[in-house]
Write a protein that binds this ligand. Structure first.
Ligand SMILES: [Zn+2]
Ligand SMILES: [Zn+2]
Length: 142
């Protein structure tokens, strides 16, 4: 379980000032992996009352830049945020309902980062998205 004091430490570790909106947004992202900005705003408002869209947006950007949250945006989807950072995991997205789940690297320690030909680039992330149908959508289709 991640507690409010853990979130304070995370913020301080990233040299970000501890503010209530930052704590609330971090908490929302930890509690709701792959949530989009609108659902994060909903959760934050339950916690803090009235908070502007722009304020939450700014906090998300600061947290993403600091590496505390990861932003993903499958094509056709709005940006989504998650707290699972730094392990280069991938995502599987349902073509029908847009549901997203985590997928670990195919084998072992982030092998996707070892490109067969890196053209001289120094690679730090491989973004792989698997597309398909989630369990409930494939059940209703058949
Ligand atoms: Zn689905
Ligand atoms: Zn994820």
């Amino acid at each position: 379980m991640t507690t409010p004091s853990d979130f304070q430490q995370l913020l301080r570790g990233a040299e970000l000032r501890v503010t209530r909106p930052r704590l609330a947004v971090l908490g929302a992202v930890y509690a709701h992996p792959h949530a989009d900005t609108d659902s994060i705003i909903g959760v934050v408002r339950e916690d803090l009352g009235e908070v502007s869209h722009q304020a939450v947006y700014d906090v998300l950007r600061a947290l993403t830049t600091a590496g505390l949250v990861r932003r993903i945006q499958p094509s056709g989807s709005v940006a989504r945020y998650e707290s699972r950072v730094g392990d280069n995991h991938h995502h599987v997205v349902c073509r029908l309902c847009g549901d997203i789940a985590d997928v670990d690297c195919a084998v072992g320690e982030a092998p996707c980062l070892t490109a067969s030909d890196d053209s001289g680039f120094s690679i730090d992330e491989a973004e792989v998205i698997y597309w398909g149908l989630c369990l409930s959508c494939s059940a209703t289709k058949s």
